[in-house]
Ligand binder design. Sequence first.
Ligand code: NDP
Length: 283
Amino acid sequence: VGENKILNGKQVAKSLEAEVRAKAEKLQEQDIVPGLSVILVGDDPASEVYVSYKEKACQRVGINSEVINLPADTSQEELLAKVEKLNQANEVDGILVQLPLPEQIDEEEVIETIDPAKDVDGFHPVNVGKLVASSTELIPCTPKGIMELLNRYNIDLVGQEAVVVGRSNIVGKPIANLLLQANATVTICHSRTQNLTKHTKEADILVAAVGQQEFITADMVKEGATVIDVGIHRTGDGLVGDVAFEEVQEKVAAITPVPGGVGPLTIASLMENTLVACQQRRG
Ligand code: NDP
């Protein structure tokens, strides 16, 4: 335990980004600069913040980034036409449509229109299918970042009880699949789970992707567990996660902080996915 108790996502993200930068520089020797296009529809403030983080990260690692701002009343046809144009553009390696989308937009159809080879969010059914069948490079960014963190801290997963609270397509389901591939024994919990604490207390690895502020309390975790907090909630005192950090950290062997845990890893993984997409298409 000791100083490794707080899993430093920010630091791991920094070294991941340095690796991406080095590889991007290699590509530049062949006159190739990886490109990421982000489509932002409307003016959701949280989305604007996330998109600005992604842009800054691109600058740090040497990826060309373009943000396409579309008005909130953009039609389905206009958005699909934009995506198709980016599918055709050779200098665009990654296409990311920032979620959530306005009500008039059919999110599924938009995701399915993205060229799977440029799907740096890993949400296209082709990549989702490959992830489950264990063979895609384009893995959703948050789960990919979590696996990198566990890996770099040498946290043993083989045969361990891993419990994921949350079953979203962007976090819960993909992280559960990755933990399964890493030979953990995986339980997925959700809002219909009965006796949630019974499950969470068994977890050697507990992933909280609930979307409820400080939802996981000390009585819900096993002594000596590793806790990964995916949640992000803005409060008067700054960001907090889905885990009641202060009380839970007393009890566990390792835990990610919020901020400085999963968030930076998500961004670094997006950089990695964009680089990989570029290498596969043009490298
Ligand atoms: P969703 O809202 O899509 O999913 C939440 C999941 O938690 C659902 O599966 C839901 O169950 C389950 N859930 C809700 N309430 C309970 C409950 N009382 N008991 C058990 N399960 C419950 O959220 P996301 O997965 O998109 O995100 C989760 C959190 O992570 C959010 O705070 C989000 O802001 C944050 N986030 C952070 C990222 C990062 O980079 N750090 C990236 C993405 C998200 P059901 O399916 O039954 O409704």
